[in-house]
Design a protein around this ligand. Sequence first.
Ligand code: EPU
Length: 360
Amino acid sequence: MPPPVYYTNCNSAAAPDGIPVPLFLPNFDLQHLNTLGVPVKAQFYVSVTSEEELLEALRYARNEKLPLFILGGGSNIVLCDDLPGLVVHIRLQGKTLVAEDNEFVWLRVAAGENWHELVEYCLDFHYWGLENLSLIPGSVGAAPIQNIGAYGVELKDVFEELTAIDIRSGLPVTFTRDSCEFGYRDSIFKGRLRDQYLITAVTFKLHKQPHLVLSYPALREALAAHADDAITPRQVSQVICEIRRNKLPDPAQIPNVGSFFKNPVIPATQYESLRANHPQLVAYPVDDQQVKLAAAWLIDNAGWRGQVCGPVAVHGQQALVLTNPGHAKGHEVVALAEKIQLSVFEKYGVALEPEPRFYP
Ligand code: EPU
């Protein structure tokens, strides 16, 4: 069993009574804290590395009547303008094995941990289940908000519970899998409870024996030369990292937020009539009534892949990804997204819904 890992607080000045006081920084540049590289400023910024600092930050915002913005890895947000109020950057760290039985381990991970470093950690300790979610940018605390998913696995498949703080009361709350209301790139934290809770830790239920999910076509294809029983979770992770590196731009090199739109789910009847005109249309059945379309295919076949529109662009290897190499303002990225939505709607009659969240 790995020892729990805790990191020391490195951003605090000690108050006379020994309680750490976080530093509140005015007019703080967020360009390097959002993977779209949008140059915006926070009225105030604070980085919190412990729950005490977090509660202190909430108290400060309440006393000063500042609106709050909770920042994780900044990989799924479009900052359209400067942020009024207090940006709280969640940097809580720590992994604790909270329970185990013959089949599973339950691993509690602090919200500020980096997602891919967690995947690597689990591979090292032979806790299986996260391998298909390799190389997804962002933090652990942000992962449940949009129920991150890739290559046949979603966060909800390995999720046990999360702890959060009710922003208004400052009290801790536990959310089970059911109460998170997970859906495709969706949860209660994007809908009904948007911006009301601050996630502090997530507990994962992981397998002790390999439990491979190899159904996704691109993954199957890449592993075709291997017999299923000879494939290891680490190999799956490596293959997925390769596929992602080939198709998706590294946000550290080319600013982006991954898929900019969700894959739209449409009625099966609408799909049938669309397919009559576009036989190559890529789609996946959801159930008897509904079909999920590949938004990338729609955008690509509307002529957008590789298009450069001033400082923003549609990625050449994956039309679902908008890039911001020129560090344009958020509204310029949104303007390109709107042109794409309009053109896809005019050509296919399908509405594309953005996947990242727009602020303020
Ligand atoms: N395609 C095109 N043109 C393109 C790219 C893709 O026609 O430019 C076609 C491909 O041929 C393929 C289909 O579209 O048949 C689907 O493409 P892909 O396998 O790349 O997956 P996706 O549906 O575009 C989703 C997720 C990704 C995730 C991959 C793998 C969403 C919104 N996106 O993309 O998630 O990595 O599947 O599971 O569900 C993210 O959420 O940020 C993200 C990258």
